[in-house]
Structure formats: C-alpha cells, structure tokens
Design a protein around this ligand. Structure first.
Ligand code: TRP
Length: 339
C-alpha cells in the first residue's frame, strides 16, 4: 500500500447526534475524499456488546450508523467501510494479543477503574457486575487497530489511554515475535471534539442533552429552541463566550458567518432570532443528507450489500496478515515440517 492508514471505529449503540456529526463523522468523511491516505472506518458491533444486551438495539444502531455515514457522502470507493464482526481475523487476533497482554495493564484502564470505583462507593464487591468484556475491551480495540497497521487513529480524548495500550501491546508482540505491527498514534482534534448540548455541558447521550442528527425539520427546530440561554432581552448586548448556542452555531458556520453572529450578539440579537438562524444553518447543511438517510434506512439490504463489499476489501488485508501472525506465534501447518 505505502499509504498512511487512518482508522477509526464507531460503537453501534444509540443513534448519531449533532456532537457525533461535528466531532467525528464530518471530519472522517472529509478525510475519506483525500488521496494519499487509506482510511478504514468500521462499525464496532463487538464493542457494542460490552454495554448493550438488547439485540434489537445493536442491530438497529448498526443500521442507523451505517446509513448515516453513507447518507453524508462517505466515499466508499476510497475508504474501506466495514462491520467489525464481518472480519473474523479481528477476533482471532484479539486472542493472540490477550495471551501477551499484562493483566496489570488492563487493571489501569479508566473504564474498568471507574466501574470498580463505582462499586466501592456503593459498598459492593469490587468486581460486582463487571464482565470480562469490559475488563479486556482495550485488547479488542488494539486488535481493531493493529490488524490494519493503522498509523493514525482519530478518537475522542477519552480513548487516548486505549491507544497507549494498543502501542504497548504492539511493542510487546513485536518484541516476542518479530516486527509485525506499526505503533499507532491517537489523533485528537481539540477544535472539533467538544460540541455543547442543550444544557451547555458536553453533548452526550448520557447527559440527555443531545440533539439527534436526523430529527425531522420541525423537531430539529424545536430542539434548537431548547438550547439554554440567559435572560437578556433583545437589544441587550450578549457574550459569545460561554454561549452554548454560539458554540453550536460556530461548529456549522464558516468564518464570515461566525463573525456576523459575533457582531449580532454584540448588537443585542434576540435569543429567538439567534436560534432561528442556528436552526436554518444546521438544517441547510444536513437537509439533503436527511433525504438520503430516509431512503437508505428504508432499504437495509442495500446497506448490507455495501458492508459486505467493505468486508471483502478489508479481508484482502486481514486474511493474509492473520496468516503471517498465526505463523509467527507457532500456529502452523505440520505438513511441510522437516523432522
Ligand atoms: N472504543 C471506541 C469508542 O468508544 C470505538 C472504537 C472501537 C474504536 N474500536 C476502535 C476507535 C478502534 C478507534 C479505533 O469511541
């Protein structure tokens, strides 16, 4: 290949919101059109099983996330777009990596530690309710990344530790079995990663402050009207700092629009007007993709077909590489062994 590989996974729980769009989907789709990089984007459905035991939700979310990326114009001729569970080599590699990963390394993972801490606070046994999937999930994530020898992995700040673990695991494997893995790097874009939600805190499904990406127009407008503002009246000058509405507007605006809105704040634009402008801006950006989305979502077989094509391309990489790795650890045919 010779190209740099950029890879990221999207856990298939829930439905995409504006924060996901601005922070992850949009930059990834823009990057998918670039020459000179091989981008790999995948639906992390095995990761979904860690948090979700409702099969319908996992399936529905897989459909919605795949449809969203396709509707927004992911270039599937350039990017490889696949579903994790269609690539059995990823699970196989997970085991090879599990056998060399220090348990102590996993003990330090934030998600696991938070769960233990939570139990501690509730007076429960340290490991109460904690499944092995949660504990060893950084190893699955390392396999996702190392399987494709990804150089750059765009992620949110909360995932940086997992990338460090992936590097650690790769180094250990290379040390024992020879140079097989590239050491991946987390790419965190501070500019785009923090969209506030309706209440001003980071937009997140768990805060119940998120605006779903594919709300019908009227509902989108309503959701934007609910963004918190202060009680300043029209005509009173307003601050853009600490204004969730301004931050959301900015995330969709170009430089000229941003400047104009800043001026409007200073000139005392009414909150209702500012929200209306915000709605119009966002709606104009996503309206045509929304129509694509509606069409795709009612045609799951078409999406499945796209994913199968993606899996085929992914496996052109993973099948031979897994053969190499299997041999490296001594899982080999006996047929040609000279004794
Ligand atoms: N764990 C990531 C998240 O929750 C999703 C993910 C799974 C991922 N595998 C990955 C991201 C590999 C980057 C690379 O956001």
């Amino acid at each position: 290949m010779g190209k740099r590989t950029v890879l990221t996974g999207i856990t298939t729980t829930g439905t995409p919101h504006l924060g996901n769009y601005v922070g992850a989907i949009k930059p990834a789709i823009e990057a998918s059109h670039e020459d000179g990089v091989q981008s790999c984007y995948f639906l992390a459905d095995y990761h979904a099983l860690i948090k979700c035991r409702d099969p319908e939700v996992v399936q529905r979310s897989t459909l919605e996330i795949a449809a969203s990326w396709l509707a927004l114009g992911l270039d599937t001729d350039k990017a490889i777009f696949y579903r994790q569970s269609d690539i059995p080599e990823i699970s196989e590699l997970t085991w090879l990596l599990t056998c060399i990963t220090a348990k102590g390394l996993m003990n330090r993972a934030h998600a696991y530690k938070a769960a233990v801490q939570d139990n501690h606070e509730k007076g429960e046994d340290a490991d109460f309710g904690i499944a092995m999937g949660l504990f060893s999930y950084p190893i699955l994530m390392a396999a996702d990344i190392l399987m494709f020898n990804a150089n750059d992995v765009p992620v949110g700040r909360d995932q940086v530790q997992h990338l460090e673990m992936a590097r650690d695991i790769a180094q250990r494997f290379n040390h024992h079995f020879g140079q097989h893995f590239v050491l991946p790097k987390a790419v965190v874009d501070d500019k785009v990663s923090l969209l506030p939600g309706q209440d001003g805190r980071k937009m997140s499904k768990s805060y119940n402050n998120s605006i779903p990406l594919w709300l019908p127009e009227k509902k989108l407008r309503k959701a934007i009207m609910k963004i918190v503002t202060n009680s300043l009246e029209p005509g009173e000058p307003k601050q853009t700092e600490d204004s969730a509405l301004y931050a959301i507007y900015s995330a969709f605006a170009n430089a000229t629009q941003r400047e104009a809105m800043k001026q409007a704040y200073a000139d005392g634009i009414g909150w209702g007007d500012a929200k209306q402008q915000c709605f119009e801006l966002i709606n104009s950006e996503i309206a045509s993709a929304r129509a694509n989305y509606q069409e795709l979502i009612s045609n799951p077989a078409k999406i499945e077909n796209q994913l199968q094509q993606g899996a085929e391309r992914a496996r052109e990489i993973t099948v031979p590489f897994m053969g190499q790795l299997r041999s490296a650890v001594g899982i080999r045919s006996l047929a040609n062994l000279k004794v």
